[in-house]
Write a protein that binds this ligand. Structure first.
Ligand SMILES: [Zn+2]
Length: 424
């Protein structure tokens, strides 16, 4: 059997001609799946022939020598602009030796049925126009992005400089066959495999002062930004740009060995920012998971080595789930959504989750979960109200606060120098 999506056929059927496609072969299951040649791992090539007069096409005389599959699509008189309609007649052929044999063709109705079971539950159409920027595609970022494509988000920009290593696999949505690939490229393929209509762009660039221009242009185009990087500098940079461009940033962080974690939602002008967070609760910001040797080295600025202590995927899952949920709420904000009641629930800027009562932490002495509904326990979300820092150098009025603290009035030259517009 040969399988192709209606979106692939419809897209390619816009104009007559022969187009190369990729083929994913599963010989033991008797299935050949046609996919676009670019952005997919393929086993071989095939050709899609689009003709207005299929009867005159010689299936032996078109396509590439290496073809394993050929599909002939005949456009009827009612076909306009490549839209797939009943007037498209599709026939598939498979090569056996030197002969081309007609085979059964299944066209998967992606457009109609991919999100059909969400009816009345989620407005998948709303998110067609929305764009998500995901910075960092590790064990937290990758499942968050996966949740979003499964919720109907169609446009993604992915940034991560790393290639997938075998040590990542048990904490990642990608698998062993992706080891060695850029996380961005493999993740883009994962997303397109979930929704062939997903538009995914990728950048394999580390986040640092050098990448600010790129980052700013991507932040500007995005509707929400997910920060899943493991170092403070990248978060500081991302935070500054998101505040300046007034875009919501959601930062997920797992604590040491993922005994828990936190999700910080930064809504510029409406909540604290990451810089406020660092200044207000520095201890909270310090406790982060050490998941890689590189990260351990970065943190071990003293002569004391820092052990690599990654957590379980199971313990990171609640964090990526929360990141995705907050992102989805951000994308649906201002619309008539069936999820509207959630805006009353998720009002805090910071959410904390613990998987276990980890010794030597603030959470070691929590009461066991038992049957108690009061107090703080494992396996529950807690929203924390942390106010903005009015003197925050990123989101606050730093000069005004400084003048207030020192009981001095800033001169207009001072304001000009610091780029501030007013003193409150
Ligand atoms: Zn701030």
């Amino acid at each position: 059997m040969i399988v192709a999506t209606d979106t692939l056929i419809a897209c390619e059927a816009a104009t007559p001609g022969a187009r190369p496609l990729g083929v994913v072969v599963r010989p033991d299951e008797g299935i050949h799946t046609l996919v676009p040649l670019e952005g997919h791992s393929v086993h071989g090539t095939g050709t899609l022939l689009v003709s207005d007069d299929g009867a005159s096409v010689n299936i032996y005389g078109v396509g590439q020598d290496s073809d394993m599959v050929r599909v002939l699509t005949t456009r009827g008189p009612g076909t306009q602009g490549g839209a797939l309609s009943a007037s498209l007649d599709c026939r598939a052929y498979i090569r056996i030796g030197e002969r081309w044999i007609r085979d059964e063709l299944t066209i998967v109705p992606v457009q109609e049925q991919l999100y059909s079971r969400f009816g009345g539950l989620l407005e998948t159409d709303v998110r067609r126009e929305k764009r998500v920027l995901a910075v960092g595609l590790g064990s937290g970022g990758s499942p968050a992005v996966a949740h979003l494509v499964q919720s109907g988000v169609m446009q993604f920009d992915l940034i991560d400089p790393d290639r997938l290593e075998i040590g990542n696999i048990m904490r990642h949505v990608l698998g062993v066959s992706d080891v060695g690939r850029f996380k961005t490229k493999a993740m883009a393929e994962f997303l397109r495999n979930k929704n062939p209509c997903a538009l995914v762009r990728t950048w394999e660039q580390p986040i640092g002062w050098d990448s600010i221009d790129l980052l700013r242009s991507l932040v500007k185009e995005s509707d929400v930004v997910l920060g899943g990087t493991d170092n403070r500098l990248s978060k500081v940079i991302l935070n500054r740009i998101c505040v300046e461009e007034s875009k919501t940033l959601i930062l997920g962080t797992a604590f040491r060995r993922a005994y828990g974690g936190q999700v910080l939602r930064i809504r510029p002008g409406k909540s604290l920012c990451y810089q406020c967070f660092l200044q207000t609760v520095p201890e909270q910001a310090k406790d982060q998971e050490i998941a890689s040797a590189e990260q351990a080295e970065r943190i071990a600025y003293s002569d004391r080595p820092v052990p690599v202590e990654p957590g379980l995927s199971l313990d990171i899952a609640p964090l990526s789930h929360m990141v995705a949920k907050l992102a989805l709420m951000e994308l649906l904000r201002g619309t008539q959504t069936t999820l509207a009641s959630l805006y009353e629930d998720f009002v805090a800027p910071l959410y904390i989750w613990t998987n276990r009562r980890e010794p030597d932490t603030d959470y070691a002495q929590m009461e066991p979960l038992g049957f108690d509904i009061d107090g703080m326990h494992v396996m529950r979300w807690y929203g924390a109200a942390i106010p903005r820092n009015p003197g925050c150098p990123v989101c606050g009025d730093f000069i005004a606060e400084l003048s207030r603290e020192h009981h001095v009035a800033a001169s207009s030259e001072d304001l000009q120098f610091f780029g501030a517009s007013s003193v409150g």
